[in-house]
Design a protein around this ligand. Structure first.
Ligand SMILES: *Cc1c(COP(=O)(O)O)cnc(C)c1O
Length: 426
């Protein structure tokens, strides 16, 4: 059951009325329900019970607030990171280095050094160039980098073009037919211990077939490489599990675990998964306030205090997010179609078209659902609006896990050079 539901004609989150949070914290703010996050990670772990336990590395980029990372660490998860900044966040949140994996196509020397010093579980290497760079840096530090090669399996994930990563023209990973060669190189390099195979084919994948196609290829390659003498012991199968934003099917943990067990039967291997979205998307809403109900050009616009600056997914991917009034509409209340729009000076700042909503008034509250993943992490200061606070709710209590950042704080570090009449100094 969703933690967000109506009780006594008001929308509540894990037992806390959203209107109370708005009154205390202000709007817009993200509200995350801890119960949903716990439920999701537990479902994955539970689905694999009875066999060797896979390592679930929470993909930090989906929602990288320290409190969220800490919650998953508490639930036994590690962290999947794509930058030095994300490794630093994972460490700050209390994730053990031995449970951190690190992907990303643009690892810099500085980031590589930091990851080696930290002693992370595994580098997921995306190119020969990167492999050579890691080898050189590791050897120079007298260290050995544990490496999985990220292979591009050339499968279509059947998801939105902008979130597909496993087709051959995508920028991610090492081409399938070069894998043997690059592993052979990795085995010869000082400073590198090649121990795994990695793939991640995209995001918001709602059917099992693309996973099956990619995983099958990965297992075949894994076996072939082992036969060829590469001592592989870990298979990192990425994330990408879809969630219902509207009426899409969910990738069910049990069915997924069955598939993985079937494909990896008899293979002596450590499994790693990197779920991001599926653990947090449905745990979050954006609590927003109506500024105006405007009529123009024969349309009705519900103008909110939050838009693409707080949730860019509709503008960027044409994504659907439901908009719920915080005060429950009466059964006989008239619902009228309206376009829900944000405050940003861009025509693409539309959260939803033709949504059936009651005739709300300025000051009324709405909740934009499915905003726990790729919401706050993709927020911007565009238009210098106050950035949204983040709130975590659990069993009737709530805490601000990131306060609003007012515009004065956003430009506090900017400097006017002395030739423009500024002091030029810090
Ligand atoms: C983004 C990403 C993930 C998580 O994807 P979700 O769709 O959020 O589950 C996992 N692994 C890698 C390498 C990624 O880049």
């Amino acid at each position: 059951m969703s933690p967000f539901h109506y009780a006594h004609e008001a929308l509540v989150a894990d037992g806390v009325p959203l209107a109370d949070i708005a009154a205390e914290v202000g709007t817009p703010c993200y509200v995350y329900a801890a119960s949903t996050m716990r439920e999701r990670i537990r479902a994955f772990r539970q689905a694999f019970r009875g066999g060797p336990e896979p390592l679930f590395c929470y993909a930090v980029k989906a929602n990288s607030n320290l409190a969220v990372i800490r919650l998953f660490a508490q639930e036994g998860a590690g962290a999947d990171t794509v930058s030095g900044g994300e490794i630093a966040r994972a460490l700050a949140a209390g994730v053990a280095p031995s449970r951190i994996v690190y992907a990303g196509i643009a690892k810099t020397d500085e980031e590589i050094r930091f990851a080696l010093q930290t002693g992370i579980l595994q580098f997921n290497v995306e190119s020969t160039q990167e492999l050579l760079r890691i080898a050189e840096i590791a050897a120079g530090m007298g260290k050995t980098a544990p490496v999985a090669l990220r292979i591009n399996p050339d499968v279509a994930a059947g998801t939105h073009d902008k979130i597909s990563t496993g087709r051959k023209h995508d920028k991610f990973g090492i081409p399938w037919d070069e894998a043997g060669e690059v592993f052979a190189l990795a085995q010869r390099l000082e400073g590198i211990e090649p121990l795994g195979l990695h793939l991640h084919i995209g995001s918001q994948i709602t059917r099992l077939e693309p996973f099956e196609a990619a995983y099958r290829r990965a297992v075949d390659l894994f076996v072939a490489l082992r036969t060829a003498g590469v001592p592989l012991r870990r298979l990192d199968l990425g994330g990408g599990f879809g969630v219902p934003y509207k009426d899409e099917p969910r990738v069910e943990a049990e069915a997924f675990a069955d598939l993985v067990r079937r494909l990896t039967r008899g293979l002596d291997v450590e499994l790693v998964f990197e779920p991001g979205r599926s653990l947090v998307a449905e745990a979050g809403v954006i609590l927003s306030q109506v500024i105006y109900l405007k009529e123009a050009g024969g349309r009705r616009f519900l103008v909110l205090d939050s838009g693409m600056n707080v949730l860019i997914r509709p503008a960027m991917y044409g994504a659907y997010h439901a908009v719920l009034p915080v005060r429950e509409p009466r059964p006989d209340e008239e619902l009228v179609p309206m376009d829900v729009v944000g405050p940003i000076c861009e025509s693409s700042d539309v959260l939803g078209r033709d949504r059936l909503l009651p005739l709300l008034r300025p000051g009324d509250l709405v909740a934009i659902t499915g905003a726990g993943a790729y919401g706050s992490v993709m927020a911007s200061h565009y238009n210098s609006r106050p950035s949204a606070a983040e709130v975590l709710v659990e069993r009737g209590r709530f805490a601000v896990i990131k306060p609003h950042l007012p515009p004065e704080r956003q430009f506090a570090d900017e400097r006017i050079p002395d030739w423009l009449g500024g002091s030029g100094k810090d």
